[in-house]
Design a protein around this ligand. Structure first.
Ligand code: SF4
Ligand code: SF4
Length: 78
């Protein structure tokens, strides 16, 4: 799916708590084991596993976008 976290992220973790499918992951430094997750993988800030994000299917809002204090989560298709 098409939501990504940009460099404005301050790693507060709020989005990861709210995501109904646990698609938002902490930054990782070991790329070797995580390389298949998605192109959005980051060692600096939280990132969204594009394979698991369902864009909050059947929800009224995009949970992560709503809670982010930095407006750091963007829909790259819009
Ligand atoms: S849009 Fe919804 S499903 Fe996708 S990462 Fe954000 S909270 Fe999770
Ligand atoms: S809510 Fe926003 S600032 Fe906090 S970890 Fe998620 S993307 Fe980063």
């Amino acid at each position: 799916m098409a939501f990504v976290i940009n460099d404005d992220c301050i790693n507060c973790g709020a989005c990861a708590i709210e995501c109904p499918v646990e698609a938002i992951l902490k930054p990782v430094k070991n790329y070797n084991n995580k390389i298949s997750i998605s192109k959005t993988l980051s060692a600096v800030h939280y990132f969204i596993d594009l394979l698991n994000c369902n864009e909050c299917f059947n929800e009224d809002e995009h949970k992560c976008v709503e809670v982010c204090p930095m407006d750091a989560i963007k829909n790259i298709n819009s």
